[in-house]
Design a protein around this ligand. Structure first.
Ligand code: UDP
Ligand code: MG
Length: 350
């Protein structure tokens, strides 16, 4: 992925006027991943467009259609035709939010980059404040939700438990109640582009790269339209990616289990020995033997499963497949590629 840094022609472009032509380098890039968001896109562009216009900065909006099966692609194409600053990447299938976001970040050219959910749960009005803090010298300005009261009790509790645990077992400090909504300086985005791991947990990577970070509080509203793309099973798998991606503590669990049980077994052995010497043998219990066997068998399977989690991830990383496949792009120069080598048929620019 090294050649990506060579983007000289664009950087030589003359200073961008307020309404930058697609080839200029805008001040701000907004990245929107959209999966089946037909209900919300019009509202999104209306509100986002208004906010961005009021900021008076040159900007681009990079939309990643994550293999939607509804009219998302058509709607995005219409918006691109209306405003060339809205650029579109259509992925070849659904790759999941983390990879869709990666595809978007890879394609941005702005001096500052803001990922934003399509459903307006990340209020674009905050971008002005982001920019102000960025100009003060912060490289990352992330939004922290004041309360999670728009989430269900279960989601809130499990999310809190997960982040508390992640902070304990990993050495990346992921701020609690922060999402992907943030502003990142181009330097940070460049650093993120260099990270090509597949099982990614963007929030973790955002913290992992470091740089000068600060936060802004906000109230997270409910979805403007449409419905959530995440269920508890997806979130659970997401959590596993989070833990395995940033910590190897679970792999050590087996060691401690082993030590504890070896110690207990030794003590129990001594007790049996002494008892037999003093009082002779009695008929040994079937129940206690079974419990010990089943219990140890269970623990061994759990530990194997943990090893399997890491092994499976190792396997998928080792294959080194591209992170995502681009089906077509709107509003990009033909020679510019994100991750796939060729964009032969889809460049419907003109
Ligand atoms: N998303 C995506 N690919 C997916 C799932 C979600 O690009 O496979 C996008 C979705 O379109 C939205 C954002 O990720 O812009 C957040 O999704 P959602 O609002 O459903 O998540 P929630 O806010 O409920 O956690
Ligand atoms: Mg949402």
């Amino acid at each position: 992925m090294a050649p990506k840094i060579v983007q000289a022609p664009e950087r030589n472009a003359p200073a961008a006027p307020a309404a930058a032509p697609p080839s200029g380098r805008p001040t701000l890039s907004v990245v929107v991943a959209a999966y089946n968001e037909e209900d919300v896109l019009d509202i999104l562009f209306a509100r986002l467009g208004e906010v961005l216009a009021s900021l008076g900065e040159s900007y681009e909006i990079v939309c990643v259609n994550d293999g939607s099966r509804d009219r998302t692609a058509e709607i995005l194409a219409v918006h691109h035709a209306r405003d060339p600053r809205i650029r579109v990447i259509n992925l070849a299938r659904n790759f999941g939010k983390e990879l869709a976001l990666t595809a978007g970040l890879d394609a941005t050219r702005g001096r500052a980059v803001v990922p934003l959910d399509a459903d307006l749960q990340d209020p674009p009005e905050l971008i002005g404040e982001f920019l102000r803090l960025w100009r003060e010298g912060y490289d990352v300005v992330y939004a922290v939700r004041d309360a999670r009261d728009t989430d269900s009790w279960l989601k809130r509790t499990t999310a809190n438990a997960f982040y508390a645990m992640l902070r304990r077992v990993s050495n990346v400090d992921i701020p609690p109640n922060a999402g992907d909504f943030r502003l990142m300086d181009a330097r940070v985005v460049e650093a993120l582009r260099g990270i090509r791991e597949r099982n990614r947990f963007m929030k973790g990577l955002f913290s992992w790269v470091g740089f000068r970070q600060t936060s802004v509080g906000y109230q997270r509203p409910v979805r403007a339209a449409g419905k959530t793309k995440f269920n508890y099973w997806k979130l659970w798998n997401f959590a596993l990616d989070g833990i395995t991606g940033y910590s190897t503590v679970p792999l050590r669990v087996a060691t401690y289990f082993g030590l504890i049980f070896a110690l207990l077994a030794m003590l129990y052995g001594i007790y049996l020995l002494v008892r037999t010497m003093l009082w002779g043998t009695d008929v040994p219990g079937y129940a206690s033997t079974m419990v010990a066997v089943i219990f140890m068998g269970g623990i061994q399977l759990v530990v194997l499963g943990i090893i399997g989690e890491y092994l499976g991830r190792l396997y998928s990383e080792a294959k080194g497949r591209p992170l995502y496949i681009v089906e077509s792009r709107l509003g990009f120069e033909p020679d510019r590629t994100g991750n796939s080598p060729e964009d032969s048929h889809g460049n419907a620019d003109e």
